[in-house]
Design a protein around this ligand. Structure first.
Ligand code: PHE
Length: 339
């Protein structure tokens, strides 16, 4: 029997495995319920008493060395990282969640597309501006409330530097550097020192437009904005223009679209008027053209500016604009289908 055990010891010593499956087969062969070692222990009962000590020692030696062999086989296999034989390549991978565009980006891109079709170019400028481009060139009187600390974020050490309150500043830069005809829109982020509520935020996004050429009229402005409203909100969309005031346009107007949240009946979003103001507009004041080096006797132009947040609210029935900044995926995920 000792010789038999020696043979098994020899066999085990020479055994090599290339996968966990092979090691497992080896383990069952020796250590399984009906394996070699259990068989040998059964046989051991019949060994004559005088040999029991030697055979018993040998048997234990076999048991221990088989266990050690299994451990070392497993360790070796783990070290060989290039051996993938125990990896199931058919298992599904970890899902990678697809991101979505922010609703503000979706609507900004839509606005840009509509005006591109009318031949408008896109212009951009700095968010940190100087007084000239945000106010002075745009005919703001010295005492205008928009220049007040309450509306504008100024840089403390130099009140000439401020965060732009509208992207009209980009249009000043364009007028200073371009000969008419000019037809451009300026999308971008703007800043106003306002209390945050469902309808107002201190950071929001605008698209402002400017069209300057010979003989540009208020009728051109109205038709351009009507086209925009119909493209944006549907063919049946109604608009209305109300007289207004801006330092940089004369005459000035504000444009409303019928509130599609309440269908014109009145709700807290449209302040129970049935209409939602979406933009300001007007004919560029000759003083502005002159400040920017454009001959106001030869050229006229119109300008308009809209808040993207407000338009997105109207388009998707969003009631609180704070949702745009919270980045709650339950809100953002709803815009998957409009990617
Ligand atoms: N700049 C104005 C605003 O931010 C919008 C506007 C632009 C109004 C052009 C008239 C003409 O509110």
């Amino acid at each position: 029997m000792i010789e038999k055990i020696n043979n098994y010891l020899e066999e085990a010593k020479e055994f090599v495995a290339t996968s966990l499956d092979e090691i497992e087969t080896f383990r069952i062969q020796f250590m399984g319920k009906k394996g070699i070692i259990n068989d040998l222990f059964s046989e051991f009962k019949n060994v004559p008493r005088e040999n029991k000590k030697d055979v018993g020692q040998k048997l234990n030696e076999l048991k221990v060395s088989i266990q050690e062999k299994i451990n070392s086989l497993k360790e070796n296999l783990g070290d060989k990282s290039e051996d993938n034989s125990d990896i199931d390549m058919s298992l599904p991978g970890d899902p990678l969640k697809q991101g979505t565009r922010h609703p503000i980006s979706i609507v900004r891109n839509e606005i840009i597309d509509i005006f591109k079709r009318l031949g408008f170019t896109i212009s951009e400028g700095p968010e940190i501006e100087d007084d000239w481009h945000v106010f002075s060139a745009l005919n703001f009187p010295e005492e205008h409330p928009a220049r007040d600390m309450q509306d504008t974020f100024f840089i403390e050490k130099n009140p000439d530097i401020l965060l732009r309150t509208h992207t009209s500043s980009v249009q000043v830069r364009i007028m200073e550097n371009t000969h008419p005809p000019i037809r451009t829109i300026s999308p971008g982020r703007v800043f106003r020192n306002e209390a945050i509520s469902a309808r107002a935020h201190c950071i929001f996004h605008q698209v402002e437009g400017l069209y300057i050429d010979e003989n540009v009229s208020f009728a051109d402005l109205k038709q351009t904005l009507l086209y925009f409203a119909k493209e944006m909100f549907g063919e049946k969309t109604e608009i209305r223009l109300r007289p207004s005031y801006f330092p940089f346009t004369e005459p000035s107007a504000e444009m409303d679209v019928a509130c599609n949240i309440c269908g014109g009946k009145g709700c807290n979003v449209c302040k129970y008027t049935g209409w939602l103001e979406i933009l300001g507009c007007g004919m560029v004041d000759p003083n502005v053209l002159d400040s920017c080096g454009i001959d106001s006797k030869k050229y006229t132009g119109f300008a308009f500016g809209m808040g993207i947040e407000r338009i997105t609210m109207l388009k998707y029935g969003i009631k609180d604009l704070r949702l745009y900044f919270e980045n709650d995926v339950r809100f953002l995920d709803q815009f998957k289908s409009v990617l």
